[in-house]
Ligand binder design. Structure first.
Ligand code: UDP
Ligand code: MG
Length: 329
């Protein structure tokens, strides 16, 4: 039996976006309709706005849009919970109603034309398609350097993140069903989807300026997001303390020997050498101990997340989920 084309829900977090929403909402709808006309997605596809507790006219605009065209729908969070939670709320709302989701910011910075490539990759069998910024020319030097440094640092710490990918991404509802088993409260979506697995790929696009309104991500929020990402995905900072402790201990021993030699040569006041030895060695031992305790704390932390221990993507006795797509072509 021929299955229908995939239903796409575009998930768009909005926080105080009354200036930009009237400009970008028609663009999303147009894109949805063009994909529909090309026969790539179902006519039951939707544009889902997630109002993140906006204090301006955003929710009224969303309600108005929903009345104008049935393709627009919206949900509203009880209060501002931040970008990551808004996207999560939208994705969880969508997962049982559609086949694929694309999350994108509502300010028009991410090129919506990349959606064609994303859907294409889905037809090719990918379940997660990361939108990756090919250039950052519109960002300031500072934003570019700090952001790119952040991705490199995350990978160094053992948290797998796709370089220069923010939250513009296609995710199939199948992946979202498994993603729902990640029960953690501190979420850093772009670092978590690689953990779910499944076939994934990247498409590249150029990021442009915000169409209207201003960014809600000042340096302080960016730092908070970075710190949250690191501490949510990695316990390496804790084990680095052990390394530091070992280093300090070794230095302490060297220092102690030096102090002893100085004391024997009579170049010091009485009591200095013994004090220096004690301080150096104790400092090192304390850091090592902290590191060891930290290891246990880190393990407890990871355990408390109750993440799924495995995710099965295929079973031989199940129909190939991509089967109908090939048939449809
Ligand atoms: N956003 C949100 N909740 C917030 C802050 C931002 O839902 O608390 C949304 C915002 O409406 C936009 C997206 O997240 O759609 C990205 O925000 P912004 O464009 O301000 O960040 P930038 O692109 O400057 O990093
Ligand atoms: Mg933006």
């Amino acid at each position: 039996m021929k299955q229908p084309k995939p239903i796409l829900w575009i998930v768009i977090p909005c926080y105080n976006e009354e200036q930009v929403l009237p400009l970008t909402a028609p663009m999303f709808l147009e894109k949805l309709k063009s994909l529909e006309e090309k026969g790539k997605i179902s006519g039951r596809s939707r544009v889902l706005f997630v109002n993140d507790g906006s204090r301006d006219d955003t929710w009224n605009i969303i309600c108005r849009l929903a009345k104008e065209d049935e393709h627009y729908i919206g949900i509203s969070q009880s209060r501002n919970r931040g970008h990551q939670n808004a996207v999560l709320a939208g994705l969880m709302e969508a997962k049982d109603q559609c086949d694929i989701t694309i999350s994108i910011d509502c300010d028009g910075q991410d090129d919506i034309n990349a959606m064609d490539k994303m859907v294409e990759e889905y037809w090719n069998g990918c379940e997660v398609v990361y939108g990756v910024r090919s250039k950052r020319e519109t960002d300031t030097w500072f934003k570019r350097t700090t952001a790119e440094g952040f991705y490199k640092f995350m990978n160094f710490l053992g948290a797998e993140v796709v370089f220069n990918h923010a939250d513009y991404r296609l995710v199939s509802s199948r992946v979202l069903q498994h993603f729902a088993d990640f029960e953690e409260v501190n979420i850093f979506l772009r670092g978590m989807f690689p953990l779910v697995g499944f076939k994934s790929t990247s498409v590249y696009y150029e990021r442009s300026e915000r169409m209207a309104g201003k960014s809600h991500y000042p340096l302080s929020k960016m730092l908070a997001l970075a710190l949250n990402g690191i501490t949510s995905l990695s316990v390496k900072p804790i084990s680095m303390i052990t390394g530091l402790g070992l280093g300090v201990s070794l230095l302490g021993v060297a220092f102690a020997i030096w102090a002893l030699v100085e004391a024997i040569l009579g170049r010091t006041v009485a009591g200095w050498a013994s004090l220096v030895c004690i301080i150096c060695l104790l400092g090192g031992i304390q850091l090592i101990s902290l590191g060891i305790i930290g290891r246990y704390v880190g393990k407890t932390y990871m355990e408390s997340k109750h993440r799924p221990r495995y995710i099965i993507s295929d079973r031989t006795w199940e129909d190939n989920p991509r089967h109908w797509l090939e048939e449809d072509e």
